[in-house]
Design a protein around this ligand. Sequence first.
Ligand SMILES: C[S@@+](CC[C@H](N)C(=O)[O-])C[C@H]1O[C@@H](n2cnc3c(N)ncnc32)[C@H](O)[C@@H]1O
Length: 416
Amino acid sequence: MPKTSTGTTTPDINANQVNDSFPKASPESQTHSDRLKHKIQSEIANKGDKITFADYMNMALYAPGLGYYSAGLKKFGKQGDFITAPEISPLFSQCLALQCIHIMEQTKQKTLLEVGAGSGVMAVELVLELERQSQLPEHYFILELSADLRDRQQQIIKTRLPHLYDRFQWLNCLPEKPFDGIIIANELLDAMPVHLIKLEQDSIYERYVSLNDEGDFIWKDDVPENPNLLKAAQKIQILQKSLSHLKDKPDASYITEVNLQAVDWIKSIADILGSGAVLLVDYGYTAQEYYHPQRSMGTLMCHYQHHRHDDPFYLPGLQDITAHIDFSSIAHAANDSGLSICGFTTQAHFLMAGGLVELTQDLNPNDVLNFTEVARQIKMLTLPEEMGELFKVILLAKGKKLSLPAFQFQNFQNRL
Ligand SMILES: C[S@@+](CC[C@H](N)C(=O)[O-])C[C@H]1O[C@@H](n2cnc3c(N)ncnc32)[C@H](O)[C@@H]1O
């Protein structure tokens, strides 16, 4: 959801199913999707008869030239499949910039690294705000997996910030350690491939992707082969049982996601970070909420031209596939690898305490068009039924603990 699909975000548990009202893929797009489908089919055949869902999702999103993020589709904004916060309003990036200034003051680091920069609009607005505040970073690094998006980022920055272009540098992988600075990412973790697990009474299965006789993708439940996945699944099963009545219902099964890549990413970040901070914004919950019994079908979600649905096998390469973030697993990975957790709050609280009020106080109510438009943007970013509550912000730090105004309204880190 997030990644608002239709302008409003609705409860995320019951997705729509693919139906005839969805816009048809053009013949060209269909051919593109078929090519990716064949590639995934071959991968399944090469691996025996199944691949993990994480491998499927990785190919569907990132197969070179064919995956959803790797190919040249529009993706973001009205003509794309979903809208993210920096695409909704520059105020989002401006608030992040104001918080970065506080981090810079406390860490004495003036380098930024944005990971997964999408269209590049957040980098533009953030750096513009830093320039307005006379706090330009020495370097703004961008690490982006998609070559197509990297091109678009370079274009937008060249066009909108020609005088600052030489401060930007694109990386192919995380920088060498020690990296001293601030690492920021919006909606990065939710775009990482997840494993699917199915819990039944005392059994744990992984949901693999296989093929039926017609060559269509089908689910195949089998034992997890990855020991880290099994360990994570066992933890979830214990938590899940403590929260549910599964033990009373022999047939009940519980499907959910495990994002091993996000946990590994946090560990890699902790490893390279010398002194500095990590500020992550994404949609998700604490483990207690994520693995609540009611969420028995997990949070996997697809976005196709502003239609949300729950079929990841639909038009591979033409739609986004995403899952919510279990922020407790992020916090534990951070803690285990030497990062301290300095704040965890909702996007609404973060923005309201983090500069939104100050940034909009000079708005002229007589300029009705602009005033109404900014009010609309603020509503989308902060209302609980829009992005305000589901989206969370977490601040991690290496070295000394940091304190930001944006976490001063509410800091829920004891719930992680
Ligand atoms: C959902 S989009 C969000 C884009 C942008 N941050 C925004 O808020 O509009 C996810 C982005 O992360 C990138 N991405 C995913 N995994 C990545 C990784 N491991 N390293 C770098 N970029 C990654 C994708 O290519 C894409 O640009």
